[in-house]
Write a protein that binds this ligand. Structure first.
Ligand code: ADP
Ligand code: LRH
Length: 462
């Protein structure tokens, strides 16, 4: 077995990047080639993603990757979940909607009038999120299309001309059976959705084929595209540097995805009531987790204040001496963009609580509230699944937030191991590398490669 390079395209809801990964026997490194901002854009008919801008950044990033490492062998794409484009006659029908658009609210009622929440949970195992793809479908004026493609699959289509649905991300649509891992034909029919738009499912590690000739020309090399855990959270969980089995993870970026990895789904009424999800992981594992609102609360607050000095603000928040009030970071009131500090202050006032007095205290309150929600979700994941948890791995951009890591350790009473920052891209790289024969073995052996290359930082509860 030799060593080789692969390119990982990782599109987060806050930023995207193209990374070069180098993998070989006992060897793993990644380096960024391109980074670009991402976020919701307001259009006349609602919130969207600027998908053409993302496409431009991805193509330019891949061309840069090839210039840096002409021997790069494969490309893998992951992104945030649930959102999609409709394709007809080879063309995209409009810009994909952003999951934070409010068109989904009425659609939820329509879907629930056809299939009850309990029946949905038994079928798809998903926590209720108003933007799960099945609700978005119900909000569409028309589904007259040849296919729907989730965002990473859309990039796969642009790169190779082939339309597939990668299974980990397909599991977030609400239309994949949690028991069979196949499209749920009965549910699709009950919801009156056109079965013909559902692409063929593929697993992470499957070759999606060579680049289209015109794309190979644009990028500067003839590469192949490999399916990865194309749901960003699935890729992040691959790259948790766990040394033992008794870990919980927090994939901490725009969202905080908090849970444990299981072999089988938990579909109990208690788990549904706690709004825990059973998403599909790489190698058929189950990502049993809960969505916590995440660093969106912080980035939207900075945007409202017109500030971009996050590290300084966090340092100041760490030295706040008095206690600050804590809010429910899971409250759906915080889902939409805009006026975040106002909405948090309103949350407090509605409950007769004095809101934080300054921007620094607000930052402290957000970080404390996230830590409380993280600790709760870890405890609940363990209780509901029966899995012992003795350590929390916190990965993603949020692992750079020392205050958040320390407070999560304090509130949970468990050690927090922080990093890697780029877990998602690393998981993307590793699944490609294994498919190419540059790495081998189970997720556990891939994780030991991560632990050796990216030694996590340890926070002990105080
Ligand atoms: P996503 O993949 O969802 O776009 P990331 O994993 O890239 O998100 O994480 C982005 C978040 O990381 C930012 O919102 C910010 O809160 C946090 N972050 C980025 N840089 C720093 C830093 N230097 N210190 C603390 N937090 C940081
Ligand atoms: C994180 C994420 C999360 C989903 C949300 C839509 O980026 O993929 O796992 O719930 O975005």
């Amino acid at each position: 077995r030799g060593t080789g390079f692969v390119a990982a395209v990782d599109l987060g809801a806050t930023s995207g990047r193209v990374m070069l990964g180098h993998v070989g026997h006992n060897e793993l490194s990644v380096r960024p080639v391109a980074r670009f901002p991402n976020g919701p854009v307001h259009r006349a008919d609602g919130l969207h993603w600027d998908i053409e801008a993302l496409r431009g950044h991805v193509m330019a990033g891949l061309a840069a990757a090839v210039r840096e490492e002409p021997s790069v062998a494969s490309i893998g794409v992951d992104s945030w979940a649930v959102d999609y484009a409709l394709i007809k006659d080879g063309r995209m029908l409009g810009e994909p909607f952003h999951y934070r658009d409010d068109r989904n609210l009425a659609a939820v009622e329509r879907v629930h009038s056809l299939v009850s929440p309990a029946e949905l949970y038994a079928a798809n195992g998903l926590q209720h999120l108003p933007f799960n793809t099945l609700f978005q479908f119900s909000a569409e004026e028309s589904l007259d299309a040849d296919a729907f493609l989730l965002i990473p699959d859309l990039f796969g289509y642009w790169l190779t001309g082939r339309a597939f649905a990668e299974r980990t991300n397909a599991s977030t649509t609400g239309l994949l059976s949690v028991t069979s891992g196949l499209w749920d034909d009965a549910l699709i029919e009950r919801l009156g959705l056109p079965r013909s738009i559902f692409p063929t499912l593929v697993d992470p590690g499957t070759s999606l084929g060579p680049l289209l000739p015109e794309v190979a020309l644009e990028i500067g090399a003839e590469l192949s595209v490999t399916a990865v855990g194309s749901h960003d959270t699935a890729s992040a969980v691959v790259a948790v540097p766990a040394a033992t089995d008794d870990f919980a993870y927090i994939s901490c970026g725009t969202w905080g995805l908090v849970g444990v990895e299981l072999e089988h789904p938990v579909l109990t009424e208690a788990s549904r009531a706690a709004n825990f999800t059973n998403e599909g992981g790489v190698d058929g594992r189950v990502r049993f987790l809960h969505n916590v609102m995440g660093l969106w609360l912080l980035s939207e607050s900075l945007r409202a204040w017109g500030r971009d000095d996050l590290p300084e603000l966090l340092a100041a928040a760490a030295s706040v001496s008095g206690s600050v009030p804590v809010f429910d970071a899971n409250d759906p009131a915080f889902l939409a963009p805009g006026d975040m500090p106002d909405r948090i202050a309103t949350w407090f006032r509605e409950r007769g609580i004095q809101p934080p007095a300054s921007e620094v205290e607000m930052v402290r309150s957000i970080v404390e509230s996230l830590a409380v929600a993280f600790a709760d979700a870890v405890r609940t994941a363990s209780e509901l699944s029966g899995k012992d948890v003795s350590v929390i791995h916190l990965v993603g951009g949020g692992s750079q937030n020392e205050l958040l890591c320390q407070l999560t350790a304090d509130r949970s009473g468990l050690p927090v191991l922080a990093g890697p920052v780029e877990a998602t891209a690393i998981g993307n790289v590793l699944v490609q590398a294994r498919a190419l024969g540059l790495a081998s073995g189970s997720l556990e052996s891939l994780r030991s490669l991560v632990a050796a290359a990216f030694s996590p930082r340890r926070y002990l509860p105080r």
